[in-house]
Write a protein that binds this ligand. Structure first.
Ligand code: ATP
Ligand code: MG
Length: 367
């Protein structure tokens, strides 16, 4: 048993399934993100943990105790929402103090705790300000302090940064992680931003259509996606649809014979020679070289360079093969003198290839 256990949770609204047989086990002090496209059931899952929704079936245990039908105010959860849900008629200080007053703490304890929390979220000088005098980022800091004031057993965050601009979002997400680590508080964080999930979580739960698609560390999710959906939803992926020619030696050819790719040998029987499959290669694994250079690499394919886009430290090249576009991200310092419209060679090692069954073709953005 873990600290927070979700077992076989199901929830439907008017017959439409929002969460389907979801099981998840979270350790004490862990930071776990629920990541997935709009409508995949993230908020519903969080609301069941908080007690705002009752599952149709399944159970929730916290520290070994069943809480499936315990009311929200007796679960010891702190929650921060996407919209700034502060009390507008109170100051920042009053908002953070609210839960402590309800819990009938002494004046002295309240004062000490509120000051400590405002300090923790970097707002020790803004306690006297009313909600409409605070920026969006400051309001979310107050909401975070308010959620933490009651010393919740679990902190639940539902897209707390999505209404903020990009710069504030990035700095505040690091703040949230810093505070979470300092307090050692078990946290479930909902987002549909994959970069956010990868950058702050101990583990990421990728959800799709009411179900969990994969659970893993950010590195596992990014480098070892289990499914085509995870490979395309998390990060950018190139896809080479082909036919398995020789499983033992690891040889794949394109349907019309334009290219062949060496993949890691397939030693079990989950794929057979002749099967349709998709070879997935991350853009940063692909090297691009001038056509005349001799390249020693497992895979070398000739393509036409279409566009060059400077993204800062990385430059993104788009390259065309018959019937498809390939993206390669190279270091800007290495970009050399490529000319659009000319032939180049793209190369990548066998180990950079992940193989998915070809029958599983779905778009990453099926929301
Ligand atoms: N109270 C409700 N009544 C009816 N349907 C609901 C209710 N809450 C959620 N749903 C439906 O359940 C499904 C999952 O919704 P949920 O809010 O959990 O998705 P989400 O992953 O949080 O999406 P988003 O990223 O857009 O917030 C959706 O199809 C949604 O329309
Ligand atoms: Mg939601």
């Amino acid at each position: 048993m873990s600290y927070l256990d979700l077992d076989h949770l199901n929830k439907a609204f008017d017959g439409a399934i929002a969460v389907n047989n979801l099981s998840l086990h979270v350790e004490k002090g862990e930071f776990v993100s629920l990541l997935g496209p709009s409508g995949c059931g993230k908020t519903t899952t969080l609301r069941m943990i908080a007690g705002f929704e009752t599952p149709d079936s399944g159970s929730i245990h916290l520290a070994g105790e069943e809480i499936t039908s315990v009311p929200p105010n007796r679960r010891g959860m702190g929650m921060v929402f996407q919209s700034y849900a502060l009390f507008p008629n109170m100051t920042a200080w009053g908002n953070v103090a609210f839960g402590l007053r309800v819990a009938q703490k002494s004046q002295k304890d309240i004062k000490q705790r509120v000051n400590q929390l405002l300090d923790l979220v970097g707002l020790s000088n803004a306690g006297h300000k009313y909600t409409n005098e605070l920026s969006g980022g400051q309001q979310q800091r107050v909401a975070l302090a308010r959620a933490l004031a009651i010393e919740p057993r679990v902190l639940l965050l539902d897209e707390p940064l999505s209404a903020l601009d990009a710069v504030v979002r990035v700095s505040l997400r690091h703040e949230i992680r810093r505070i979470q680590t300092a307090l050692g508080i078990t946290t479930i964080y909902v987002t549909h931003d994959q970069e956010e999930a990868l950058s702050i979580s101990d583990r990421v739960v990728v959800m799709r259509q009411a179900m969990i698609e994969q659970v893993g560390t950010p590195e596992e999710i990014y480098t070892q996606p289990d499914t085509h959906f995870v490979a395309t939803f998390v990060g950018t992926s190139n896809q080479f649809p082909g036919i398995l020619k020789d499983a033992r030696s690891g040889l794949v050819t394109s349907v019309n014979g334009d290219w062949q790719i060496s993949i890691p040998p397939i030693m079990d029987d989950h794929m057979q020679n002749g099967d349709a499959l998709i070879v997935i290669v991350r853009p940063e694994e692909i090297r691009v070289s001038q056509a005349e250079i001799v390249i020693e690499e497992d895979n070398v394919i000739t393509a036409v360079l279409e566009t060059i886009t400077l993204l800062g430290p990385v430059t993104r090249l788009s390259l065309s093969l018959p019937g498809q576009l390939i993206i390669a991200d190279i270091k800007t310092v290495d970009r050399g003198r490529f000319v659009c419209g000319t032939s180049v060679q793209l190369s990548f090692p066998r180990r950079a290839c992940r193989v998915m069954p070809g029958g599983d073709i779905t778009n990453g953005d099926d929301n």
